[in-house]
Ligand binder design. Structure first.
Ligand SMILES: [Mg+2]
Length: 163
């Protein structure tokens, strides 16, 4: 199985779209996605057969809220199935024993999810943040200003291979 660990803010939305009015959804309000960024995600999933695991902070909350979020993401045009969300992974102290002030790092959360699976052949991480250790080599980094762009397609194809 191929997986894309997906961030939302700065990937499927961006500085332009977050200025638009938020969209009401099941009692909450969410930022609109950029259709161009969504189109590129659909393209890469179709080309590679990758499925999605949500690593964005959008995943946090109850199972019910996660279900609602998945529906919203589909409503915004994402055609590929979200099969799971990463767990929370705590790292209050860094390698030197110093307090990090960060109680969760995304790379560790991804690592934790992967450690419980033995059926993942290839994966990539799409995110505008860089706290992806120990999986920095799988990160395709976007910019918050513009989100997912055409220039990210080739690196994703290399990481995920063709279908
Ligand atoms: Mg982000």
């Amino acid at each position: 199985m191929k997986i894309i660990f997906l961030d939302i803010d700065g990937v499927l939305n961006n500085r332009k779209t977050i200025q638009r009015p938020m969209i009401p959804w099941n009692g909450e309000h969410y930022h609109e996605f950029d259709p161009d960024c969504v189109h590129l995600l659909n393209y890469i999933c179709n080309e590679t057969g990758a499925l999605l695991v949500l690593s964005s902070s959008w995943r946090n909350g109850s199972e019910e809220r996660f279900g609602s979020i998945k529906e919203y993401i589909a409503n915004q045009g994402v055609e590929t199935q979200i099969i799971a969300r990463t767990p929370r992974a705590f790292q209050l102290f860094d390698e030197n024993g110093d307090f990090t002030g960060r109680w969760s790092k995304r790379g560790l959360e991804i690592d934790k999810w992967l450690s419980e699976r033995n059926d993942i052949d290839r994966f990539a991480i799409i995110d505008d943040d860089t706290d992806m250790k120990p999986h920095m080599d799988k990160l395709v980094k976007t910019e918050f200003d513009i989100g997912l762009q055409k220039c990210h397609m080739d690196p994703l194809l290399v990481l995920l291979g063709q279908k």
